[in-house]
Design a protein around this ligand. Structure first.
Ligand SMILES: Nc1ncnc2c1ncn2[C@@H]1O[C@H](COP(=O)(O)OP(=O)(O)O)[C@@H](O)[C@H]1O
Ligand SMILES: O=C(O)C1=C[C@@H](OP(=O)(O)O)[C@@H](O)[C@H](O)C1
Length: 170
């Protein structure tokens, strides 16, 4: 395993935070999450930031976060990201990019069948309208693929198998 940072990208709800936590448990790395960094920067939940200041403002916070990561987080860190963070210009300078891949229905069905499904849907502003979310998914899929160093299929895969697959590839 080399020591560069690992960045998990992929659509909302695909499992970036979940897999980051599992990687921490099964390796010597630590994890940070860009949405958590942004919430602590603003002392406000993502949902509220979208409501009060809008998406464009949220994207400026992602940019700030990306620059901070590039300048301060040098190695051995797993970085889970929000679904739109992959657009940051400097993402390649932050670390090795792992794309967690699933179909749209795979993601939505898993959330819908989970405990606290409504809470998980509600906290994601861009998942409120399923048709709009599907359009966003269709646009992003090829962009995620293009930027990824490694692609890992997570659809119908359990957390441990995904974790091992990633650890094997880094
Ligand atoms: N491989 C998996 N198997 C089963 N449930 C999963 C898996 N990955 C994620 N989940 C569940 O899907 C939901 C969304 O996962 P999360 O890690 O919050 O996604 P993201 O960080 O990409 O938005 C959570 O309820 C999580 O428990
Ligand atoms: O896809 C997106 O543009 C977003 C995904 C969210 O994170 P998750 O991917 O963790 O849901 C969060 O950053 C924000 O609501 C915007």
């Amino acid at each position: 395993m080399n020591k560069s940072n690992i960045i998990l990208i992929g659509f909302m709800g695909v499992g970036k935070g979940t897999i980051a936590r599992s990687l921490v448990k099964n390796s010597s790395m630590f994890a940070i999450d860009t949405d958590d960094l942004i919430e602590s920067m603003e002392n406000q939940k993502i949902k509220k930031i979208f409501e009060v200041n809008g998406e464009a403002y949220f994207r400026t916070l992602e940019k700030k976060c990306a620059l901070w990561l590039e300048n301060n987080i040098k190695e051995n860190t797993i970085i889970s990201t929000g679904g739109g963070f992959y657009k940051q210009d400097n993402i390649k300078q932050i670390g090795k990019i792992i794309y967690l891949q699933s179909s749209f229905d795979g993601i939505i069905n898993r959330i819908k069948n989970s405990e606290n499904a409504q809470k998980k849907l509600k906290k994601r502003p861009l998942l409120q309208n399923i048709e709009e979310a599907k359009k966003l998914f269709d646009i992003r899929v090829s962009e995620y693929e293009a930027i990824a160093d490694i692609t890992v299929n997570v659809e119908n895969q359990n957390i441990i198998d995904i974790t091992n697959e990633i650890l094997k590839n880094i």
